[in-house]
Design a protein around this ligand. Structure first.
Ligand code: F6R
Length: 610
């Protein structure tokens, strides 16, 4: 949670770069924001509560320049969303922005109060500003003072500091929270994530835990916490800057829904041979998983739903048993692990604290570890022994859409890979499964043509206060995902259920005020059964939205309120298609309700608290 930026270079650019960077990081938190600028050797701080827009308006009243500066967009943890709790926090001439949680802040605070420092906020971050100031007295240089301070700090942090003690420098350090440095021509940048700097430069250094970076206009020096030199590679990022723009769409969510065919194509590119049925994943040389006899998928939220679908794929194709675990629960139940277990951490952001902790637990228990993530060099990507990246591009809308479908594709390709390794499928079958995947972008494109139809549907249904989503087999996790999308962006109460479970309780909820979305691609396996569930809902006057790939649903037309026809495809890939109308429905209902679609209340894109 929280996004930080820093810049040193052209004094006329500083304010623009900081505000622009924060705009691109607003998905990380959006309840207050602030910047600090260094001009004429003196720091100046501006803060505002609420959306970044408020800070921009405030700053527009004061034409500002500064050789360097830092900025922050906040998702509150310690202290509510007031201006006094917004970052930067200040001690004398030192200003600090921070993403993370300082675990020993109470002890440090008491000590600093005894030394005479005065606290004005309820945050843990203010401790850092005073601690740095207290360490900088005497003979220590500012940089050494910062290192000295962070030797005493426990917890997670990505921090940027500026001070009148070194008015031409931005100093940054990290532990467990992400931070990148980007290098330009006589200017250098700092940010929590790549999108913030994408319009300005492509050369990026991913800082590692314990790194301390000192940026001035012409150089970046990285050391460890004791001042020892550290060498980090510069990586070139090839994301297109338009990927972080709305490009004419009203919201990032709808843009990202429409980007799914491309995202899936990018994720499959170069990863298989249609002729030989082979799957290629970087780092998989030497068949590292030929001896595994069990898989545990660890994930939260939408990534958890993707994992539930991944279970169907892997168990069907590779016949390896898969357990799917809610990451926040995994470490509290003493899980049984061994070296024949493969633990797969699934996370769009690669930063989710619950998933990261679950991954550590799995590793400590002796399991082999793999991550599926969308963010290059993210914590979860680095902490697992191997990583498969989804190539969805930056996902800015808080509600996950294209990350979900690309995770599903990776699970599918992994299933084919394991199917071959475990000798469950032959070359021809693998090639056939690959051919099914190749058709996906086109099928997704066809499904996206339902956009207008679903917009109409939303008009009919947006005033309902509850929704039920039902699915069977591989579609039941899709029901979970459809319900999650609706609740997070429209604030309508929605539940996802395995359709067969309905008669064991939820059926009591059904009346004419309850729309029921039935997800029923004609899979030849569970379809007939779900038609039975449909009649159960009908008999109780529930409103039915029927999502099917059946081309002859005429017999049903009298029994359902609306039919959404989706293209037919391989059963195991059907969730990549059937989820699209559900994403669109959630989106259009949210727009009609006037909610903040890309930044729904109380949420943050990256959840780094447990
Ligand atoms: C829902 C959503 C969340 C995330 C969850 C895990 O739309 O985005 O439920 O899926 O917070 O996030 P990652 O995948 O980044 O670990």
């Amino acid at each position: 949670m929280c996004g930080i930026v820093g810049y040193v270079g052209d004094r006329k650019k500083t304010v623009g770069v900081l505000l622009d960077g924060l705009t691109r990081l607003e998905y990380r938190g959006y309840d207050s924001s602030g910047i600090a600028l260094m001009d004429d050797g003196r720091p100046r701080v501006f803060k505002s509560t609420g959306k970044l827009e408020n800070l921009k308006k405030k700053i527009a009243k004061h034409p500002l320049e500064g050789l360097l500066g830092i900025g922050h967009t906040r998702w509150a943890t310690h202290g509510d969303s007031t201006e006094k709790n917004a970052h930067p926090h200040v001690s004398a001439g030192t200003s600090v922005v921070h993403n993370g949680i300082i675990e020993n802040y109470s002890e440090l605070k008491e000590e600093l109060i005894r030394k005479g420092f005065k606290f004005y906020s309820d945050t843990d971050t203010e401790v850092l500003a005073h601690l740095i100031e207290s360490c900088c007295g005497g003979d220590l240089s500012f940089e050494d003072g910062v290192r000295e301070a962070f030797r005493r700090v426990e917890g997670s942090y990505a921090v940027a500091v500026i001070s009148d003690r070194a008015p031409d420098k931005v100093i940054a350090t990290r532990r467990f929270s992400p931070l990148i440095v980007a290098t330009g021509d006589h200017e250098n940048y700092l940010a929590s994530d790549v999108p913030a700097i994408l319009p300005y430069c492509r050369n990026v250094i991913f800082l590692e835990d314990g790194d301390v970076a000192v940026l001035d206009k012409n150089s970046v020096t990285i050391t460890d916490i004791d001042g020892g030199p550290v060498k980090r590679d510069v990586q070139t990022i090839n994301w297109d800057p338009v990927s972080v723009e709305k490009c004419g769409y009203r919201h990032f969510m709808i843009k990202e829904i429409h980007e799914q065919p491309q995202a899936v194509l990018d994720t499959m590119r170069g990863r298989f041979s249609e002729e030989t049925g082979e799957i290629f994943f970087e780092g998989f040389e030497g068949s590292p998983y030929k001896d595994i006899n069990r898989i545990m998928a660890l994930a939260c939220g939408t990534s958890y739903h993707a994992s539930l679908i991944g279970k169907y794929m892997i168990e069907t194709i590779a016949r390896v048993p898969v357990q799917v675990e809610i990451a926040s629960e995994f470490r509290y139940r003493n899980p049984i692990l061994d070296k024949q277990t493969l633990a797969i951490a699934v996370s769009q952001s690669g930063e989710t604290a619950d998933t990261s902790e679950a991954l550590h637990e799995a590793r400590a228990g002796g399991a082999k570890t793999l991550s599926i993530t969308n963010v290059l060099m993210s914590k979860i990507a680095r902490d697992a022994e191997r990583v498969i990246y989804t190539h969805a591009g930056p996902e800015i809308g808080v509600a996950s859409t294209k990350a979900f479908t690309t995770q599903l594709l990776v699970f599918y390709l992994l299933s084919v890979y394991l199917g071959r390794v475990k000798k469950q499928i032959d070359r021809e079958k693998a090639a056939e499964l690959i051919r099914d995947a190749i058709r996906l972008p086109q099928l997704m494109q066809m499904t996206l043509r339902l956009d207008d139809e679903i917009k109409d549907l939303a008009k009919e249904f947006f005033h309902y206060r509850n929704f039920l989503y039902l699915g069977r087999g591989i579609s039941y996790p899709v029901a979970f995902e459809g319900a999650l999308k609706l609740k997070e962006v429209s604030y309508i109460h929605a539940e996802g259920y395995a359709a067969g479970e309905m008669k064991h309780g939820p059926i009591a909820l059904i009346d004419d005020e309850m729309p029921v979305v039935l997800i029923a691609p004609n899979d030849g396996i569970t379809y007939r059964k779900i038609l039975g569930n449909l009649q159960e809902v009908r008999a109780r006057r529930g409103k039915i939205i029927f999502l099917t790939s059946d081309t002859t649903p005429e017999e049903l037309r009298g029994s359902v309120d609306r039919v959404i026809e989706i293209p037919a495809c391989n059963y195991l890939l059907s969730p990549l298609i059937s989820v699209i109308p559900l994403q669109l429905l959630a989106y259009h209902i949210a727009v009609l309700k006037g909610t903040d679609v890309d930044q729904p209340r109380n949420l943050a894109k990256v959840v780094t608290v447990e």
